[in-house]
Design a protein around this ligand. Structure first.
Ligand code: ZN
Ligand code: ZN
Length: 177
């Protein structure tokens, strides 16, 4: 996470995956690579996490293109999830208003349905673990202000890794007009 997200991450030493170029689109950045086969491409993507939204890694291979975004490794043609990339929680949490304190990856805010916004005083959001995983959501600890992404949570014990308090969903900031 030391380098800027607009800089393409390099392949680790010894990886046969080669950087090809970067496509800057209005809303997203695509770092394109080429690999000898799908397995080598997936190995590269597993070892290269994406911490920011709208950044995509794509590896072209003779068996089709595979990619990685904030949430998962995917098949580019079908868009199907291949697997969720590994995230390794750190022992030393870092406080951030936008990123998981434990793995450093951006936490996608949960989109509160409009009917709920109108009754914001009684708002409570129940977020299914599967849905949270598919979209890269996470939770917030009111006691110690740390964010905790779904991948750094134990689904059987949804408490803050730092202080053990109950967690609340990270929701999009609601601006009343
Ligand atoms: Zn995390
Ligand atoms: Zn806490």
């Amino acid at each position: 996470m030391s380098s800027s997200p607009t800089q393409p991450p390099g392949a680790p030493d010894g990886s046969p995956v080669q950087y090809v170029g970067t496509e800057q689109q209005p809303r997203a950045i695509y770092h394109i690579y080429r690999g000898p086969d799908r397995e080598q491409a997936l190995a590269f993507l597993r070892s290269t996490p994406v911490a920011e939204p709208l950044i995509y890694l794509v590896v072209e291979t003779p068996q089709g293109n595979v990619g990685r975004d904030l949430v998962c490794l995917f098949d580019e043609r079908s868009g199907a999830v291949i697997e969720f990339g590994p995230r390794t929680p750190s022992q030393h949490p870092r406080q951030s208003p936008t990123h998981c304190a434990w793995c450093g990856v951006y936490v996608v805010p949960f989109d509160v349905p409009e009917y709920a916004v109108r009754n914001a005083s009684t708002l409570s959001v129940y977020l299914a673990i599967d849905e949270a995983r598919d979209r890269g959501h996470g939770w917030h600890c009111r006691a110690c202000a740390l964010l905790q992404c779904v991948f750094c949570c134990d689904p059987t014990d949804m408490r803050c890794r730092g202080c053990g308090s109950q967690l609340t969903e990270v929701v999009k900031e609601i601006t009343q007009t």
